[in-house]
Write a protein that binds this ligand. Structure first.
Ligand code: HEC
Length: 117
């Protein structure tokens, strides 16, 4: 039997570098999350835009969210979330947001100007 080499396994320098490069963006994530807080409402609102329009100004049959009082929007989201308000899709969507995100997006939409139709 050939002797088994013991001792620390040599990891090529390039592998260390690659690991460091991969880890660097991950280390930035908490800092970014904090930096984004000021824009949380706008960022969450962007995820509603596909269906509810840019800044809550919907087109077509979709009801606009722009200018809706924050309490009303929050209550609607809560009703979707807990099933009090049956929906085709919003009951699922509402479940994907934290209370903090819901508050932020409600405040954001409340501050938007409804577009003239
Ligand atoms: C995939 C499309 C889609 C997305 C994305 C979406 N919604 Fe909706 N939303 C709907 C539909 C459709 C309705 C009508 C209720 C239903 O059938 O689900 C609705 C209804 C609502 C209502 C009730 C409006 C009213 O006056 O009755 C609110 C409030 C609302 N959405 C908020 C949001 C918020 C806030 C977001 C983003 C966090 C969002 N929606 C994302 C499709 C969407």
């Amino acid at each position: 039997m050939s002797p088994v080499r013991r001792g620390p396994r040599r990891v090529p320098r390039a592998a260390h570098l690659a690991a460091a490069l991969l880890a660097a963006p991950l280390a930035l994530v908490p800092a970014l999350a904090q930096a984004q807080d000021a824009n949380l409402g706008r960022n969450v609102a962007a995820t509603c835009a596909n269906c509810h329009g840019t800044n809550g100004n919907a087109r077509g049959d979709m009801k606009p969210l722009a200018g809706m009082p924050a309490e009303k929007l929050l209550a609607m989201l809560a009703d979707f979330k807990n099933g009090n308000q049956p929906a085709t899709i919003m009951h699922q969507i509402a479940k994907g947001y934290t209370d903090e995100q819901a508050k932020a997006v409600a405040a954001y939409f409340a501050a938007q100007k409804p577009a003239a139709k």
